[in-house]
Structure formats: C-alpha cells, structure tokens
Design a protein around this ligand. Structure first.
Ligand code: CA
Length: 228
C-alpha cells in the first residue's frame, strides 16, 4: 500500500491535478478544501506527508502547519504563491520541510514529495534535535549522546561535529571546515581539522558503523555519513 498524502488546497482544479498525479505515482491521496477540514483529516487519516496551501478559507496554512508541528514530525510541503519569499522563510522557520511556488507543474510536485519521503525520518528535525540511529544530537542544547549517554567534547570539536551533522551526507574540504568552525582569521594548519576529526571519531567509536560515520574522502575532506 502506497504512502498517504493529504492535499490541502482550496482550488478544486489544482487539487484534482495533484490528486491525479500523486495517485498515478502510487500514493494514497486524501483531499481537504479548507482549514477546518484539513485539521480533521490530519487527525483521522494520519498521512505520511501533507501538501499544504498557504491561502485557505478559514484557518490558514501557517496555523495548520503550527498545529501539525505541535503534534507530529509528519513532513509538510508548503504551496506558496509566486514571490512570497518572506512566507517561504516563515514556513521553514515554522518547520516546513520544503516549499513549492505556484504556478507549479504537477511532475515537480511529485518529485519533491518523493524526495522528502526518501529522507530518513531521523533527519527530520524535531524540538531542535536529530536522531542518527543511536546517536542523538541536540542542536539547541549543544549536546551529543550515544545510546542515551552524553558524550563530552572540547568546544571546538563539538562545534565541528555540530556543523558536520547539520549537513549529513555532504562533503566538506578542510578549508571550508576551518572557515566555518575556526573562523576566517585562523592561521593554523589543516592538521587542526584532522586532529579534531580524530578526537571526534574516538568519542563516537561505539556508534554502530551501519548507522553512520565520519568519513574521510581522500583528496577532498570529510563527510558526516548517515546510513539509516
Ligand atoms: Ca489557496
């Protein structure tokens, strides 16, 4: 059975197109046409993802997003009108996972839905922290714990780990890491990064290898890899 998508969109024509494309892509589809219906359906249908229009009669998209975020980490993609840049930023701050600008083509919407649903669920941030298998990083509290035990780091190593973990599966050159973590006026060598990574790896040595690791990319730099 395909994953369930709740489409919240008051314009019937747009809703119909989205329903058609998403069902064709193998999803189960539910549709709500105003804010109140959206809240009801969110509770009763328990969707795997919500496509949420901002401008709705009754309760607007932002209020619905807040309602959802207080209750679950269900991914939400906002549908915003062209040029609503401020709205996009507000959406990301309120915990939207992505946004799509209208007018859109339905294939793009399907591609974005696929992409968000492919993200491992632990990478969806909740309450300022993320879970990478048995490793939990709290970006708000600046703490790292493994199997429930808090690990200790010197401040610079912690800053480096938090930076890498914020960008999972993304490669960084040593110079980039120095710039991000040590700052532009740092005059030491790349060796400082290597030593910090070595200490981080030692601290994370009990993090199961099939969950993730800090990987060396020869000739490139480092990558915080997450496998599940
Ligand atoms: Ca609308």
């Amino acid at each position: 059975m395909g994953k369930k998508i709740l489409i919240v969109e008051d314009e019937p024509a747009i809703s119909r197109v989205l329903q058609a494309y998403l069902s064709k892509a193998g999803y189960q589809v539910e549709a709500a046409f105003d804010g109140e219906e959206a809240l009801r359906q969110f509770t009763s249908a328990q969707p795997d993802l919500v496509l949420l229009d901002v401008m709705l009669p009754g309760t607007d998209g932002w209020s619905i997003l807040q309602y959802i975020r207080r209750r679950s980490s269900c991914p939400v993609i906002m549908l915003t009108a062209l040029g609503e840049t401020k709205q996009k930023l507000a959406g990301l701050n309120l915990g939207a996972d992505d946004y799509i600008t209208k007018p859109f083509n339905a294939e793009e919407v399907v591609a974005r839905v696929n992409a968000v649903l492919r993200r491992p669920p632990q990478l969806l941030e909740h309450d300022g922290s993320r879970q990478y298998g048995s490793l939990k990083i709290d970006f708000a509290a600046h703490t790292v714990s493994l199997h429930g035990t808090e690990l200790s780091f010197i401040p610079r190593d912690l800053a480096l780990l938090l930076f890498l973990a914020r960008h999972p599966n993304q490669a960084f050159r040593r110079e980039q890491l120095i710039e991000e973590v040590w700052g532009l006026d740092y005059e030491g060598s790349d060796r400082a990064v290597d030593l910090a990574i070595k200490r981080i790896r030692k601290a994370l040595r009990h993090w199961p290898k099939n969950e993730g690791e800090v990987k060396t990319l020869r000739g490139v730099g480092y990558q915080f890899c997450v496998y599940r």
